[in-house]
Design a protein around this ligand. Structure first.
Ligand SMILES: [Zn+2]
Length: 208
């Protein structure tokens, strides 16, 4: 047995997520499917956008996208989340195969109300990391283990991860996925997002 398959199979024994339903989802970028998952150990819910056939032996484009209401829905220019999500959907559409796990952990896990509090501090000059610290919140509360389980449950083992965040890559690997490639994602930053991106690079180790 290949080592990669062996690593992935460790995920089988201990799935803590359950697929609830899958449906078709036509989008501006093309035809996708949408799957809903729920955690068996918390009240967390996950949404996955996917396209094409998922196969264990095929290295497949994936992204763990962390919910950003302000960026994804309102197209805020304070960050690059909305642009990254849409660029990812275009990449998967072009490739004909791939998956986005949409992790509903707003603002790196702090929740939308705390995120707005942090934005208010940023209006007064704090950067994204300092704002969280002033609110007494951890800089990154996200957990990726269940995202890896979802990708495995969909039929994936070897993944090409679209991400600039090395922490996320390490977490997915630790959870048992075989990362065969990191696919970097670059979207043209707006002037307002430039400071935020600089902080992500300098303080959170993002590869930009
Ligand atoms: Zn954002």
């Amino acid at each position: 047995m290949e080592p990669s398959t062996a690593t992935c199979s460790e995920l089988t024994a201990s799935l803590t997520v359950e697929r609830v339903a899958v449906a078709n989802l036509p989008t501006e970028w093309g035809e996708f499917k949408i799957a809903g998952y729920r955690s068996l150990i918390s009240d967390e819910e996950f949404v996955v956008l996917l396209k094409g056939e998922m196969r264990r032996e095929v290295p497949t484009l994936v992204r763990i996208h962390s919910q950003c209401l302000t960026g994804d829905v309102f197209n805020s220019t304070k960050c690059d989340c909305g642009a990254q999500l849409h660029r990812t959907m275009q990449m998967i559409q072009d490739e004909g195969r791939g998956a986005v796990v949409y992790q509903q952990q707003e603002g790196r896990g702090i929740g939308i109300l705390n995120k707005i509090r942090a934005y208010a501090l940023q209006d007064e000059g704090a950067d994204t990391v300092e704002a969280n610290e002033q609110l007494g919140l951890a800089v990154d509360l996200r957990e990726y283990r269940q995202c890896a389980e979802i990708l495995f449950d969909l039929g994936l083992c070897q993944v090409r991860v679209i991400s600039n965040n090395p922490l996320k890559l390490r977490a997915l690997e630790a959870a048992g996925l075989n990362i065969v490639e990191r696919v970097s994602i670059q979207v043209a930053p707006t002037e307002k997002a430039a400071g935020y991106l600089r902080t992500k690079k300098e303080k959170l180790g993002h590869l930009l």
